[in-house]
Design a protein around this ligand. Structure first.
Ligand SMILES: C[S@@+](CC[C@H](N)C(=O)[O-])C[C@H]1O[C@@H](n2cnc3c(N)ncnc32)[C@H](O)[C@@H]1O
Length: 420
């Protein structure tokens, strides 16, 4: 199948989905979205046309979107992630939805009108050539779309181009655990159904790195791809009828019956950062911190984390959105020339014992004092992850606020986290 035919097939099939009856008012459609990480509260905020049960994750759970940011959603469909992100960026921010399919954008604009959102805009384009200026976006999100594009490297390069320095990408997508059986690989239904255009998890990571991204994390969420079957006659990338009324899912359902989708494919969560250019000035508006030029101004920032599954805590099924944002802020510090050391109680307990102050804090306050951040050995914060503005201030010599003692929880040494 040629590249042109594939993109035309995808556009035709999704135009059919958009013209069909699937909506956020259908229990089946809502259960698909819930299975892939949306809360009832999030779903209740959406207009009917926004959700067609086409997602394969919830990229907002990882994006850590902040007020005032510019966010772009690639392949926005009916606009569900755009509308949810619009609440987080507020009136000072902007969310831009991009999709190539006219009928999808019609749905999205109808939903925007219902919600009366003025901080949202939609543009028609393929995602390998974005109608956006260089260095203009804080965060790019996308949900179950990049698998549908044959030239993924071109998409990743385009994302990198539009992101501001230190900008981030937070994606939900399908990737492969192992090569697909050849009959599935050849199937048009499996392609438009978001399966056979997917690449191996390792290749996904490597394409992002090839495009120039840093801190790339690709994680299998473990979500059951058969969730789509919960809704009879509906499902991701397949839960709808084309213009002739034939369910797109019919084709995908028969492909899914022929093999165990969960053994070959996974719903993945992807997070990556555009490097802040070395020597660039601080991109935070709050403090005008100049880049480090002399070795003596370089600080060592130490972070002592609660027990986590990995060094940054962004690999589990339920990622606290603060964690990828904090990891991005630490990368930013490194790019400014500072030393960053990060210790996780589950993986490097020795570091907690060897540092006398941390050891003392832990023995008096328990693990509730974590995370603790120290700059050049002086503890500057405890119990919460500080903002980038705070970090920038501390390394520039702004004194930390006086720290309040953390009460040792009664009933044991482990605190509420229950680990020691
Ligand atoms: C599986 S749906 C996901 C829609 C939406 N992200 C959601 O979660 O509801 C895929 C969407 O991507 C769009 N799409 C697919 N390939 C595209 C491309 N190359 N450029 C732009 N949009 C594309 C389709 O039109 C469709 O709306």
């Amino acid at each position: 199948m040629s590249k042109r035919m594939m993109i035309d097939d995808v556009r035709d099939q999704y135009a059919g989905v958009a013209k069909g009856a699937l909506s956020n008012e259908s229990t089946a459609v809502r259960s698909i979205a819930s299975a892939f990480g949306y809360s009832q509260d999030e779903l209740n905020q959406l207009p009917a046309e926004a959700n067609m049960g086409l997602s394969c994750g919830n990229p907002l759970a990882l994006a850590g979107i902040r007020e005032g940011e510019v966010v772009v959603d690639l392949g926005c469909g009916g606009g569900m992630d755009v509308f949810l992100a619009a609440r987080s960026v507020g009136s000072a921010g902007r969310v831009i939805g991009i999709d190539m399919t006219t009928e999808m954008l019609e749905r999205a604009r109808a939903g925007q009108q219902k919600l009366g959102l003025t901080n949202v805009e939609f543009h028609q384009s393929t995602i390998d050539k974005l109608p956006l200026p260089d260095n203009s976006v804080d965060c790019v999100i996308s949900n179950c779309v990049i698998n549908l594009v044959s030239d993924k490297l071109a998409v990743f390069r385009e994302i990198l181009r539009v992101l501001k320095p230190a900008g981030r990408v937070a994606l939900s997508d399908i990737a492969l655990k192992q090569e697909l059986p050849s009959e599935v690989k050849q199937s048009v239904e499996a392609y438009v159904g978001c399966i056979s255009g997917a690449v191996l998890i390792e290749e996904y990571r490597s394409l992002l790195e090839q495009a120039g991204f840093g801190s790339v994390v690709v994680t299998d969420t473990g979500a059951d791809l058969n969730a789509y079957a919960m809704a009879s006659d509906s499902g991701c990338c397949g839960g709808a009828c084309d213009s002739e009324g034939k369910s797109l899912h019919d084709g995908l359902a028969s492909v899914m019956q022929s093999f165990d989708a969960n053994a070959y494919a996974a719903s993945v969560r992807v997070h990556a950062l555009k490097q802040a250019s070395t020597g660039s000035v601080n991109t935070i508006p709050v403090l005008n911190v100049q880049p480090i030029s002399k070795e003596k101004t370089m600080k060592t920032v130490q972070v002592y984390d609660k027990p986590m599954c990995c060094s940054t805590g962004v690999c589990g099924p339920d990622v606290d959105p603060v964690l990828p944002k904090f990891a991005a802020d630490l990368d930013w510090l490194k790019n400014q020339g500072h030393n960053v050391e990060r210790y996780n109680l589950a993986q490097q307990p020795q570091a907690f014992i060897e540092n006398k102050e941390i050891h003392h804090l832990l023995s008096t306050a328990g693990t509730d004092c974590l995370p603790v951040v120290a700059v050049d050995g002086e503890i500057v914060s405890q119990t919460v992850y500080p903002s980038r503005e705070d970090l920038a201030g501390w390394v520039a010599g702004v004194p930390a606020k006086q720290l309040l003692p953390v009460a040792k929880p009664s009933g044991g040494c482990c605190g509420t986290s229950g680990c020691c």
